[in-house]
Design a protein around this ligand. Structure first.
Ligand SMILES: [Zn+2]
Length: 95
């Protein structure tokens, strides 16, 4: 069991060293082990694209305070959209 722990530690140290070594490598040397890095680059691209894809959500303007907010958070009363239930209630009372 103790041997297994040492083995895990060795693998972790190896991975950490390999990662830092690869980061310091110039791009020309990086291409040599392209079979490994291309897959990692693809995963990094996916990771980078995901947050921006989330920001593409359409924005609506509150009919009461004109604040812009994500469409998924809108409170709808009739044809109008509001940023929160309070503003929807205020608008429905005053009209
Ligand atoms: Zn509002």
């Amino acid at each position: 069991m103790k041997l297994f722990l040492w083995l895990c530690l060795a693998v972790l140290v190896y991975l950490a060293l390999r990662k830092s070594f690869r980061a310091n490598m110039p791009p020309s040397n990086r291409n040599q082990d392209s079979a490994n890095t291309s897959q990692e680059d693809w995963r990094e691209d996916q990771f980078v694209q995901n947050p921006s894809a989330k920001q593409v959500e359409s924005m609506l303007s509150c009919a009461h305070c004109q604040v812009y907010f994500p469409a998924s958070e809108s409170v709808q009363r009739g044809n109008l959209h509001y940023c929160c239930a309070e503003h929807a209630d205020i608008a429905s009372k005053t009209s």
